[in-house]
Design a protein around this ligand. Structure first.
Ligand SMILES: Cc1cc2nc3c(=O)[nH]c(=O)nc-3n(C[C@H](O)[C@H](O)[C@H](O)COP(=O)(O)OP(=O)(O)OC[C@H]3O[C@@H](n4cnc5c(N)ncnc54)[C@H](O)[C@@H]3O)c2cc1C
Length: 393
């Protein structure tokens, strides 16, 4: 029997579906289907609706506004959201800044910053990577020095997801210069309206704008915006990235894409008029993706079982990140193969064409998902983590 097939989880799933039917309107569903750069106003509206129901941050502790669900309920919730085409929310606030502040922030920081994440009023961005410090993050050069009651921060960050729309940023900067690289980093909260900050857009291969370059020129940050202990930022960043990796397995959303892919194969015909879904070569490809999805889901559920027993995911997060990201790319690659030339049209004017409904959103996802094997620590780096910590190499 499936672990999801209990009376409690069936009732829970029905409750979530009822909520989605009532609250998730066509504009939100359409924006989610159309691509990955969903406007902030829509994401905020959806977050406010979830918050209104008490479901704003399913994975946060009850004391900080979480609904008190167990990991299986959270998984079911994610699955229902994915299949209903609900926007993913402000991932940076909900999955990274929020949990980091819950773990390391002081009482004042929690009171000040967590409610805005829950309600969707405040969006966050992550200032870690620099032009010469991506995989080798500990070599970052952005630096902070104390001047009276302020930290003064200068440097350059890159690839900031949502940096142009965010209100707040959590940023890693060097505060110690004598220590070994990892020991000299500290975590700061920065108001994105601070004087001295310049945000420049980076347009990605899908012609979308969600990432940015950031320049910090003597930006003054109140002393109390240091998170946790001075010089301990590397540890906070490592924990935060491990949480991001589990999230980046994206199993429920990949399942939704896989089902959409099967439907696509069932609708499209080859030049001979034969349905693509009836061709053995397509059937084999879809079967291989399904088998790999089932393996991913069972690994994710294994981690969920451990989380329910109070354990942190550890290096298993790296295996999930590799498997999840590779599968996401293979799914969209297959969609592009099925769609052929209809799939390569990126621009909205195409949306009235003969295969408009079938093609919608696939090319955007296919192009932007080049990133999933790169961000949250590239897959090559994850393999090194696995080799060291799981295989003892
Ligand atoms: C769309 C997008 C959004 C992003 N969003 C954010 C964000 O919001 N905030 C943020 O801080 N960062 C963000 N990033 C940055 C991301 O985390 C980095 O791109 C990533 O860490 C890789 O760093 P890099 O780009 O400098 O590549 P590099 O580190 O230069 O790596 C280049 C290649 O070399 C490989 N490589 C590097 N070192 C090793 C090694 N030791 N062993 C084997 N192979 C290696 C890598 O795997 C990669 O294939 C984003 C990136 C992208 C593309």
């Amino acid at each position: 029997m499936s672990i999801f097939n209990t009376p409690e989880l069936r009732a829970f799933r029905a409750e979530v579906r009822q909520f989605l039917d009532a609250e998730l309107d066509d504009e939100l569903r359409q924006a989610t289907r159309a691509g990955l750069h969903i406007p902030r106003a829509l994401v905020a509206r959806w977050q406010a609706a979830l918050h209104g129901r008490g479901w704003g941050a399913p994975h946060w502790p009850v004391a900080t506004g979480g609904p008190g669900w167990n990991a299986l309920q959270r998984y079911v919730f994610e699955e229902e959201l994915a299949f209903a085409d609900a926007p993913p929310g402000d991932v940076l606030g909900l999955f990274l800044a929020g949990p980091m502040l819950i773990a390391e922030g002081n009482a004042e920081q929690k009171t000040r910053y967590l409610p805005g994440v829950l309600s969707g009023e405040n969006f966050w961005c992550q200032g870690f990577s620099e032009p010469n410090a991506g995989s080798d993050l500990a070599s970052l050069k952005t630096h902070a020095r104390l001047d009276g009651d302020d930290w003064v921060i200068s440097g350059q960050k890159t690839w900031l997801t949502g940096g142009h729309e965010a209100d707040l940023m959590f940023l890693l900067a060097r505060t110690e210069f004598e220590a070994k690289p990892q020991a000299g980093l500290s975590m700061f909260i920065i108001d994105m309206k601070s004087p001295g900050l310049t945000v420049n857009p980076i347009i990605t291969i899908d012609e979308g704008h969600s990432v940015n370059a950031l320049f910090l020129d003597e930006v003054r940050v109140p002393r109390e915006n240091l998170v946790g202990t001075r010089g301990a930022g590397w540890g906070y960043a490592k924990d935060l990235l491990a949480r991001e990796r589990v999230n980046n397995a994206q199993a429920p959303r990949t399942k939704r894409d896989l089902v959409a892919l099967e439907k696509l194969a069932g609708r499209l015909q080859g030049s001979d008029g034969e349905l693509l879904a009836s061709r053995p070569v397509i059937q084999r490809r879809l079967a291989s993706l399904t088998v790999d999805y089932v393996a991913l889901e069972s690994a994710v559920l294994g981690v969920i079982a451990e989380q329910m027993a109070g354990k942190e995911p550890g290096p298993a997060a790296s295996t999930l990140k590799i498997r999840g990201s590779e599968l996401q790319q293979r799914v969209t690659e297959t969609a592009m193969t099925l769609l052929g030339e209809a799939g390569i049209v990126l621009h909205p004017e195409y949306h009235g064409g003969p295969l408009a409904t079938e093609a919608e959103g696939w090319i955007d996802r296919h192009l932007f998902r080049r990133v999933v094997t790169i961000y949250a620590g590239s897959n090559e780096i994850q393999k090194t983590i696995i080799a060291k910590s799981l295989l003892d190499m």
